[in-house]
Design a protein around this ligand. Structure first.
Ligand code: GLA
Length: 514
């Protein structure tokens, strides 16, 4: 609770002591003091409905959607235009039922409390496509590695609600590797038979009731994700789906999972040394087809580190997002390079098909090389703002992967700025393009559905500098309104250009509208 209150203290000045050696910043003694502030304003007491403006779902399948809404509870919800197959719980704002017949349904979501009311449009697109905006949620990997348990997953779902993350659109609670049995492992509770006599996969003893777990997550209006590999073993050495693909997909469906991460891992041993394009695609094409045949909306996340230019064919094998490179891991100073590389393949991003540069790792995260217990990220705070801004401008999946039980106010404020997230969830689904200004500075420009542009002014250098976005390079002319998205404040009308002082390794993120 304490941590959540800290978020409410927006504009509080934090004195952050961080070890910045690995980021090439000057330091005094062993640490540098960095003065920074929480930029995201405190949410208002009156309701504010967030979340995507379009939502893809498949006819006849189970439907679940929790209206993301900030503001003091209790909030009373209403929905205009709700198809008869769907039911709204007016207290929680959770919509359930069966997705109606193919078509587009224009809903008006309404929220009211003693302080005021809000409404927002949501277009349900019942058809073939899912993930019309980048998936948002949490994944256990960088916090808990092979220590993950059912209890931790439930706790993450609890915190997704209590922290307010779900109120800005975070939705998936995803298990990564290590929920199955292995033949060998240091933890005896994770060792056991991989499958039963019928060949059904057996979760390890830390996961005694998979259906109970997804029910728990669904009862909160959230969605559940799971992980496996097309190989005989996962990257962590646990049972993979090889030769049981259909059976495992059916099991995941029966358990009630809504998201599958499918990680290449030991499949490499089967694919051989010289893998053809067809060889890269084969296991994913197979699973994509299987998942599509199931009576459940399951978002399909490929994890094969970008091999065979996956961004060119991920959509074709019925995937919704795909990792574009190796694990981001603990070398977080790579975020700028990774983002720039992703921007180069940005043309492959579109609604329902997203490049995935890996998870958001801020707050308490573990060192992937050591499978370590979480520690507070050594990333400078300004770079954390840059990180979140880049992922939003790239239209990357927003999957947080830190320790949910240790969320602090600053981390939450960076994860939960609804205007910044709005850029990520924009229905046009464009990836930002990069205009390099010099060795240190660049801007990233993302066109938005309402005709405006979101622009990140980035500075990778060691000291603050002025960065200018010229209207000519943005291909606009005349007076435009500029809004600071992190601070959620209008900066005024600008003609020809906008200049801001950008902190070292940081960002200023704006929206430019006519
Ligand atoms: C690979 C993936 C990671 C994680 C681990 C689990 O390294 O890239 O994201 O899923 O496997 O073992």
């Amino acid at each position: 609770m304490k941590t959540i209150k800290a978020f409410a203290m927006s504009a509080a000045i934090l004195l952050i002591m961080t070890n910045m050696e690995s980021f090439g910043l000057e330091k005094s003694g062993n640490a540098v003091t960095e003065k920074t502030e929480i930029l995201t304003p405190k949410p208002l007491a009156k309701p504010r409905i967030n979340g995507p403006l379009v939502y893809g779902c498949r006819p006849g399948h189970p439907f679940i959607y929790r209206i993301p809404c900030q503001g003091e509870r209790p909030i009373h919800f209403e929905v205009k235009g709700l198809p008869k197959e769907l039911i709204l719980d007016k207290k929680s704002g959770i919509i359930t039922g069966k997705t109606p017949a193919k078509g587009e349904y224009d809903l008006i979501l309404e929220a009211k409390n003693s302080k005021g009311n809000d409404e927002r449009k949501l277009k349900l697109v019942a058809g073939d496509k899912l993930a019309l905006t980048p998936p948002m949620g949490w994944n256990h990997w960088y916090a808990h590695y092979d220590r993950i348990t059912d209890q931790m997953m439930r706790e993450a779902a609890d915190v997704m609600i209590s922290s307010g993350m779900a109120d800005v659109g975070y939705q998936f609670v995803n298990i990564d590797d290590c929920w199955m049995n292995a033949e060998k492992n240091n933890d005896p509770l994770r060792v056991g038979p991989l499958r039963n006599e019928q060949g059904n996969i057996i979760p390890n003893k830390h996961f005694p009731d998979m259906k109970g777990l997804t029910d728990y997550i669904h009862n909160k209006g959230l969605k559940a994700g799971i992980y496996t590999s097309p190989g005989p073993r996962t990257c962590g050495g646990f049972a993979g789906a090889w030769q049981h693909e259909e059976q495992d997909a059916q099991q995941f469906t029966n358990w009630g999972f809504d998201f599958l991460k499918y990680d290449w891992c030991s499949y490499g041993e089967l694919a051989g040394e010289k893998v053809t394009l067809d060889g890269y695609q084969k296991p994913y094409r197979q699973m994509g087809k299987i998942l599509k045949s199931k009576a459940r909306d399951i978002v399909f996340n490929l994890c094969q580190y970008g091999m065979g230019d996956v961004w060119k064919w991920g959509g074709e094998v019925d995937a919704h997002c795909w990792r574009t490179g190796g694990d981001l891991g603990f070398e977080l100073d790579r975020i700028f390079d990774v983002a720039l590389k992703n921007a180069e393949i940005g043309q492959y991003n579109k609604p329902g098909e997203w490049n995935d540069p890996d998870y958001i790792q801020i707050g308490w995260i573990g060192n992937a090389n050591k499978m370590g217990i979480p520690e507070l990220t050594p990333m400078p705070v300004n770079m954390q703002y840059a990180y979140m801004s880049l992922w939003c401008l790239l239209a990357a999946p927003l999957i947080y992967s830190g320790d949910m039980s240790k969320l602090d106010g600053l981390t939450l404020s960076i994860l939960c700025n609804h205007e910044v997230i709005g850029v990520n969830q924009d229905p046009l689904g464009k990836c930002g393009s990069v205009l390099k200004h010099n060795a240190d500075c660049f801007i990233m420009v993302k066109n938005l559905a309402d005709g405006s542009k979101s622009v990140g002014l980035f500075n990778r250098g060691k000291s603050a500098v002025d960065v200018t976005a010229e209207w000519a390079e943005l291909q606009i002319t005349g007076k435009h309104a500029v809004r600071d998205l992190w601070k959620q404040t209008d900066l005024g009308l600008y003609d020809q250009k906008f200049t801001a002082q950008v902190p070292s390794q940081g960002v200023v993120m704006i929206k430019i509208s006519k």
